[in-house]
Structures are given as C-alpha cells and as structure tokens.
Write a protein that binds this ligand. Structure first.
Ligand code: ADP
Ligand code: MG
Length: 386
C-alpha cells in the first residue's frame, strides 16, 4: 500500500516541478497500546509508529521561497522565508508554517525548497497525522540542507509547531513518529523523556483499530477540564506527601488514603491516572513474557477506567468495547486517544478478523446508523528517508 503512495507522490512531484525529487521522506502515524491521558500527567506511555505514513518529496529550488503542495487536498501554498511567519486561515498550512518558524527561531538556516506530500493516515482519527506532518517536514528540511538536528529535537520542534498552531499536545505523538522501530513498542517516560523498547510480538493476535467515525464536540473542553482536575489532585497529594513529585511516584494506596480530602471527581481522575501508569508497567512485563492474554485484560481495564473514572468515553466507544468483551475472539479492547470518538484498539485472534469485522460493522450500523471503519496496523519504523 505504501509503494503506491510513494510512486504517486514522486510522480506528482515530477509532473509539478519537472525534476526528480532530491529527498523522499516517509513519516508514520502512531498508536498507543496503553497509557492513555498519561503524557500530560508525566507518567509512562507505550506508543509505536505504524505502517500508515505521509510521503514527502523534496528538492531545493535556489530561491528564498518554498512551494508546498498537499496532493490529498489538491491545494498548494507558497511561503517567503525572508518574511515573518504568521498563522493562516488555511489550517493545514499552519503545521508547515509552524515547523518553518520553529526551525528559524531555533537558529537553523535553510533556503527555498519545493515539496509535495500525500498520506494514507486517516485524518482526525487519533493516529496523529498532524505529528507525522510536522516531523516529516522537519526531517525533509534537515536532510535537504544538512542541518544537525537529533531525533529528540525533531520531536520537540514538532511539538512546539503544534502548540503554535494552537493545540496544547504532550510529546508522545511526535516522539513516537520519530523514534518508532519495526516490531517494537516504546515505553516512554513523559517526565524525563527516557525511553526503552520492548518487543511487540502479539503472538496469535492481530492488532486492529475500529474507527467509530464520530468526534463529539465535548473533546476540547473536557480535555482542558481533565488537565485542571489532575493538577488539583496532584497538589493535594504533594501537600500530604512532599516527596512525591509526579503521579509516577504515587501508589494507589496513597491515593486511597486521601480520598476524603478530594472531591469525588478529582479522586476518580487521580485514581485512574495512578492505576493507568501501573498498567503500563504491567503491560511491558506481559509483552516481555509473551503473555498477550494479560495484555488484553489490561486494555479492558483501561477502557473501564477511561469510561467510568476519567469519563472520556461515549456510547459508541462503550458499545464497541462491551461487544468486544463478550466475544471470545477478542482478548482486549479499549478506546485509544483522547476519547469522545476516534478509534478503539483491539487484539483479535488470528483467523477471526473477517468475521469480527462483518459482525461489528453490521451491529454498529444497525445501532447508530454509522459506518464503522477498520485499520489493520503493523508496528513500523519512525520517520526515515526512502
Ligand atoms: P490527527 O489525530 O490525525 O493528528 P489532528 O486534528 O491533530 O488529527 O490533525 C489533523 C490535521 O493535520 C488536518 O486537519 C490537516 O490540517 C493536517 N493534515 C493531516 N494530514 C494531512 C494531509 N494528508 N494533507 C494535508 N493536511 C493534513
Ligand atoms: Mg494530531
């Protein structure tokens, strides 16, 4: 599938600019196995890059202007690199403007280039097409102009570009797009940015995403509320246990002891966060031991927490996960990403994939009148040159 994308992108480049691209960059989307709503709570997450990518073709153009074409949108824009970078009303261009601004503000010098790009990462489904866009652009400019930028800095510059666009994201998405390795998940400490790889061998199970095709508008306001509730909870914990710096240092028992010092809501949020961080540790152990059934069980527990304690699910996602729980061919399922829509991630016994897909799509269509989409994902390398 990626071969066709690469061929189309380079052919489009040749047609547009009359030359062969000097650099071709592949930049992946990501999944997160477990550790949800944890990156901004400074705990552990377990993401991986996937085989859905944005392909970019680049050349220098010996000028001070850059021309960028988004094939999928049939749109293009030009930017004068000698002028101050400003936000535009055309949202997709802001991710690229943001990248150019961050590179310039951080002292990297480069000149005009031509670029075309095209993608097979579903947009807005929680697979982080935005991080793939930012990190792929940075990677391409770095390669074209021989800039000395390390992987971690590509991730951090990408994150800053996204903040400039107006989305206050954590570091997980950009980090995984850049640091991904084939068949490895990344246990990332979002506090220190230390990380380690674990084998992602799911044995007899396939990793399949189900896209609910809904995005409820509660997302942004509730996301901000959760951040505030967690800050409030952490302040209460720190006041009682000064040695605790972040949720990672806190045991479930300590949280339970403080239950009467917190509002019911704050307690539920904090209780979820501390347990979820523990589940990431347990998930790594289960993967190391090849115990995929235990991993699956942890996914169900995470969903229960996200739905009942953190309250970021919705009826469509709950229905998908509850149906999965009652199906012997699915050993784990949970909502993935911020919630209120987007995808569920599922571990499905090999050989049962097609049956499951037709069962779930019929049921989902009957219940909500919405088409369910499926993405088979393979864990793949991070941003790279072709
Ligand atoms: P996601 O979960 O996919 O990251 P976001 O809303 O964070 O969703 O980012 C999606 C935005 O990224 C799109 O609205 C668009 O502006 C930009 N984008 C992603 N993929 C493409 C693409 N192939 N072409 C143009 N813009 C894209
Ligand atoms: Mg995004």
């Amino acid at each position: 599938m990626n071969d066709i994308l690469i061929q189309n992108t380079t052919a489009f480049f040749e047609k547009s600019f009359g030359s062969v691209p000097q650099k071709v960059v592949l930049s992946p989307g990501r999944i997160n196995i477990i550790g949800e709503h944890i990156d901004y709570n400074d705990g552990y997450v377990l993401p991986a890059a996937i085989d859905k990518i944005i392909c970019f073709a680049f050349e220098k153009n010996d000028s001070k202007k850059s021309k960028i074409i988004a094939i999928d949108l049939n749109e293009e824009f030009e930017i004068d690199l000698t002028q101050e970078v400003k936000l535009s009303k055309v949202v997709w261009t802001n991710y690229i403007r943001g990248v150019i601004k961050q590179l310039q503000d951080n002292g990297f010098s480069f000149e005009g280039f031509n670029c075309v790009f095209s993608s097979n990462i579903p947009v807005g489904s929680g697979l982080s097409s935005s991080a793939a866009l930012e990190c792929g652009m940075i990677y391409g400019i770095k390669e074209l102009f021989n800039l000395d930028i390390q992987k971690l800095d590509i991730s951090l510059l990408g994150q800053k570009a996204e903040h400039w666009v107006g989305i206050n994201c954590g570091i997980m998405d950009q980090f995984s797009s850049v640091h991904g390795l084939e068949n490895k998940v990344i246990k990332l400490d979002c506090n220190t940015l230390e990380y380690e790889y674990h084998n992602a061998d799911f044995k007899d199970y396939s990793l399949i995403l189900m896209d609910s095709n809904v995005k409820h508008s509660l997302f942004t306001s509730e996301y901000n509320t959760r951040r505030i509730e967690c800050e409030e909870g952490l302040a209460i914990i720190k006041a009682e246990f000064p040695e605790i710096k972040s949720f990672r240092d806190c045991s479930e028992e300590q949280v339970l002891n403080l239950k009467n010092k917190m509002s019911e809501k704050v307690f539920s949020r904090v209780h979820f966060v501390v347990k979820e961080i523990n589940r990431v540790v347990k998930a790594c152990e289960a993967l190391d031991q090849g115990n995929i059934e235990v991993l699956g069980q942890l996914l169900f527990e995470t969903h229960y927490g996200l739905s009942q304690e953190y309250e970021v699910s919705c009826e469509e996602l709950d229905m998908l996960v509850n149906t999965a729980k009652d199906d012997d061919a699915i050993i784990g399922s949970r909502l993935m990403g911020g919630g209120f829509g987007g995808c569920t991630i599922n571990l499905i016994k090999k050989g049962h994939e097609n049956d499951i897909k037709s069962k779930f799509s019929n049921l989902y269509l009957d219940t909500f009148g919405i088409e369910l989409k499926f993405y088979d994902v393979k864990i793949s390398n991070g941003t790279t040159l072709l």
